[in-house]
Ligand binder design. Sequence first.
Ligand SMILES: *Cc1c(COP(=O)(O)O)cnc(C)c1O
Length: 427
Amino acid sequence: MKQNYKPGTLCVRAGYVPKNGEPVEPPIVQSTTFKYDTTDDMARLFDLEAAGYFYTRLANPTCDAVAAKIAELEGGVGAVLTSSGQAANLFAIFNVCEAGSHFVASSEIYGGTFNLFAVTMKKMGIECTFVNPETSEEEIAAAFRPNTRALFGETIANPGCTVLDIEKFARIAHAHNVPLIIDNTFATPVLCRPFEWGCDIVTHSTTKYMDGLATQVGGCVVDSGNFDWDAHSDMFPGLTTPDESYHGLTYTKAFGKLGYTTKLVAQLMRDLGCSPAPQNAFLLNMGLQTLHLRMRQHSANAQRIAEFLASDERVAWIRYSGLPSDPHHERAQKYLPDGQCGVIAFGLKGDRQTAVRFMDSLRLVNIATHVADARTCVLHPASHTHRQLSDEQLRQAGVSPELIRLSVGIEDVDDILNDIQQAMNQI
Ligand SMILES: *Cc1c(COP(=O)(O)O)cnc(C)c1O
C-alpha cells in the first residue's frame, strides 16, 4: 500500500486492493490454469516478459495477494507462498546453495528444520554446520568455509524460546559476504521485523500464528531486497549468471531486487512443486486479518502464565523472555518490545513421567502436535516432535528431556491458569 501504514492496518488491508465494484475479500481463484487468446500472449508469459498467470504451480492471484501482504508486513520487496514451512526453509536455502555448498545454522531451531538441514539436505550434497548461537562471533565465524553460502537462525527458537541476537548474526553473515536467513515464525512481523536488524531473507511457517486457527499448513519466503548478489557474483552464480534452463536469463539483471524471489519461483517452484492451494492462501488471509490483535493477546496471556510458573516451587526452570529473570529479557526488550509471543518452555521438578502426569491431567489445554494456535496447547518435544533426535542432538537443539512446550492461546487467561494449576496439583 502506498501510505506508510502501521502493521495493524497492513494485517487487515495489504496485498489486495479491490477496484470499483470488486469483492472486498480476495477471491479464491481455484483454477489450475488460465486461458489466452493467442499463442504469443502465452509465450511472453513463459519468457517472463509479461506479468500474468498461466499455471497455479507457478503463480495464482489468491496466493500472490496473500504473499504481497506478508511482504509488506515484513517490509520486504517480494514474497512467495509455499505449501509448508518446511518447503519455505528448503527453498530459502536451496535458492543460494547447490551440491557442494555449505551453510551455517544456529543449533537452536525447530526439530523439523534441524532434520532437513542435518540429514536430507546432506543427501543433496549441501552441508550444514550447526553453531551455538550464544558463542562469540569469532567461534561462529570459525564455522565458515570458502563454500559457505548462508547463515540461518530463528528469531524465537522453537521449542527452546531463546531469542536470537539478530544484529550479531547479521554482522557475521555480512563479514563473510553471505545472506542472513531468519525463520520468523514465532515472532511474526507484528512483534519483530528482522529486516530492520540486518537480516536479508525471512521465512515463515504460516501454519502457526499467521493462520492462528489451525486451518492450513503453509509457508512463506520473503526477500528484503537488500543483499547485493552481484557484488559477490562468483559466490551466487545461480542468481548472477545466465540460467540455461530459462533461456539464458540472468535473474539479478532481469529482475533487480526481485531476482531472488523470481528465481525461487521460476526454478525451484517449477521443478519441485511445493506450491500452496489457493483455498489455503484464502484461509491464511483470514488469519492474517487478526494477527495484530491475536499476537497482543497471546503475549499478554503468556506473560501471566509465565509469571505463575516462575513463582511455583514445582517448576524446575522456565524460559520466557518476557520474564525479567530470563537470560534473554534484555535482548527481547530490544527485538520484541511489543510482546514475546505465546510460547513458553519449562520443566517440572521430577522426571519424564512428571511431565506426562501434568499433561495428562489438563482438561482445557490440548495435547497437540501444534503450537501458536488460538487454543492453548502443550507438547513434550522429547516424546513427540523431536523424538527422532538422539539425546546429544536434543541437547544441541536446546531441548532437555523434561522440557514442556506450552503454547498459550487467546482464551480467557483465568481459565487457562485454573487448568494449569489443577493439573499441577495432580503431579
Ligand atoms: C512448524 C515450524 C516449521 C515447519 O513448518 P510446517 O508448516 O509445519 O512445515 C518451521 N519452522 C518453525 C519455527 C516452526 O515452528
